[in-house]
Design a protein around this ligand. Sequence first.
Ligand SMILES: [Zn+2]
Ligand SMILES: [Zn+2]
Length: 243
Amino acid sequence: MNQPSLEQRIAPLIKPAIKLEVIDNEQAEAASCESKIGGQPYAEQGDSWPVCPDCNNELSFVCQLKHPQQQELIVFYYCNECGPWGLAGESEGQWVSKLYPSPSMEKLSLIQRQSEDEQGFIPCLVNASTVNTLPDWEGLDLVDETMTKHCCELDDDAPWEAYDAAVERSGALNDYATLIGGYPRFVQGAVLPHCPQCQQDMEFFAQIDSEEQADMMWGDLGVIYLFRCAVHRDVFKMRLQCH
Ligand SMILES: [Zn+2]
Ligand SMILES: [Zn+2]
C-alpha cells in the first residue's frame, strides 16, 4: 500500500478561520457592533476610555473583532507609548481587551478620549471571508509532533520546505493576515500562554497583522496575537512578535 502523501496527512489538521481584509473607509469612524479598525470603539454604559497605568496616556483603540457566526465582540486597546510585548513583568493595563457578549446599537454608549490620539490608526472597515489555515512550521509541534518527525524523514536538511510545499498544495492560507480563529502564523516562534486563573494552555483567538491601510505597524512588520482561555472566556493574553 502506498504511504499517504504529506498533503493527505495534514488535511485533518485544517481549521477554518475568518480572514479580515482591511479597507480604508470613512464609515469606519462611526461606532458599530461589527469588526473594524480605529475610529470610535464600541462601548457600553459604565465604560470609560482605558488609560495606561505606566505612562498615564489614554490607550489607542486598535480594533474590534467579531466572528460573523458569533454574537460577541472583543474590543482591543493598546498603549503605543509603552509598546507592550505581552511579556511577564509588564504592568497589566498597557493593553486591554474587553469582551461584550451581546453587543447591540441599543446598548451602545460612546466613550470619548480627553486627548487627541497622535498615534491612532486610520479607521478601516473589514471584509470578512472564510479561509482554511494550517499550523505554520514553528507551531506544528504544538499541534502534532508526529508530523514534524515525518517531515524530518522526508527532508532532514530542510524539513520545513516539505511542510510548506504541502501547505501550499492544500490551498490553505500561507501568508500573514489579520485573522479570527484558525492557527496563528508566528513571526518569531510558537508561543502558547497559560491562563493566569486556571494555568491551562490558552486557545489562539486572533492575530492582528501590520496593516498599511490603517497606518498600523507593529514594530517591523510584526503581528499581535491574542489568546483566550477556553474556560474563562473573558481572560485574554496578548503577544507581539516582529522581525
Ligand atoms: Zn503606556
Ligand atoms: Zn482559565
